[in-house]
Write a protein of this length. Structure first.
Length: 299
């Protein structure tokens, strides 16, 4: 049973795109994943996205993805929405992953734009529609042209929003103008997928965040969100500005790398990375400590 949700907030408001902990030898650390998931929910997340890019989905097997969904569900029960990342650049493969996630008990699906093969908009429409047709689970689109090479055009988003199970979009497009039009025309629940733009996207109609920095600042993000909802623009802006060093520091290099380093510094499960990702250098780690401290993060 998933937590209570509404059409406006189908997956909650503050979600972490969770890293996938590994053991020292690079194997999947299911115990660590359960401890991290419980910690994140205790910190104030009402949703967790597993098997996304931040979860190193390009280098985990289908079997590992299934094990991770089941482990996180067991750890958090009905205290948070557990959203399974099932996006690939192969529609048939994504459909298989979606059906597996449904059998495992996931509460929803995150479907990223197919990457590298650069499909046209009609291909995107048919890809996402096939995923939504494949199960009874609600779907969050993930629009991130910086990784996929292709944006989801506003007209395509509007077409997809007519599907009864496509209910949300994770926006990492970095275009507030396009977001404004797409939110107004589609009626989808809009989630910021770019931490630096969390507050600006709220101002044009987003309902929450799918965040990376929430691994270390969930209470602060909740404070920002609650201030915005209460109409306290000054407080929301102050929280946003206090977090600027964190937003900057966590993305000086690839976000999974810095997130695992930050979690390790705090004593939480994370473990190593799988190639082609590599650990921070000593100088990069020192800079990360400076950035996090400047944003008020305790290490």
């Amino acid at each position: 049973m998933a937590p209570i949700s509404t059409p406006q907030t189908p997956f909650g408001r503050v979600l972490t795109a969770m890293v996938t902990p590994f053991t020292a030898d690079g194997a999947l650390d299911l115990d660590g994943a359960q401890r991290l998931a419980a910690h994140l929910v205790d910190a104030g997340n009402d949703g967790l996205v597993v098997n996304g890019t931040t979860g190193e989905s390009p280098t985990t097997s289908d079997a590992e993805k299934d094990q991770l969904v089941r482990a996180v569900l067991e750890a958090v029960g009905d205290r948070a929405h557990v959203i399974a990342g099932i996006g690939t650049n192969d529609t048939r493969h994504s459909v298989e992953l979606a059906r597996t996630a449904e059998r495992s008990g996931a509460h929803g699906l995150l479907a990223v734009t197919p990457y590298y093969n650069k499909p046209p908009q009609e291909g995107l429409y048919r890809h996402f529609s096939a995923i939504a047709d494949a199960t009874g689970l609600p779907v969050m689109l993930y629009d991130i042209p910086g990784r996929s090479g292709v944006p989801i055009d506003t007209e395509t988003i509007v077409r997809l929003a007519a599907h009864p199970r496509i209910v949300a979009n994770k926006d990492a497009k970095g275009d507030l103008g396009r977001a404004s039009w797409a939110i107004a025309r589609s009626g989808l629940a809009w989630y910021s997928g770019d931490d630096m733009l969390n507050l600006p996207l709220l101002s044009v109609g987003a309902v929450g965040f799918v965040s990376v920095v929430s691994h270390v600042v969930t209470p602060e993000l909740r404070a920002l969100l609650e201030a915005h909802l209460a109409g306290d623009v000054q407080k929301a802006t102050e929280v946003h500005q206090r977090l600027l060093p964190v937003f900057t520091g966590m993305f000086r290099t690839q976000g999974v790398i810095t997130t695992k380093a930050a979690l390790t510094l705090q004593g939480h499960p994370a473990g190593p990375l799988r190639l082609p990702l590599v650990e921070l250098s000593p100088d990069e780690t020192a800079q990360l400590k400076i950035d996090l401290a400047a944003g008020g993060v305790q290490l």
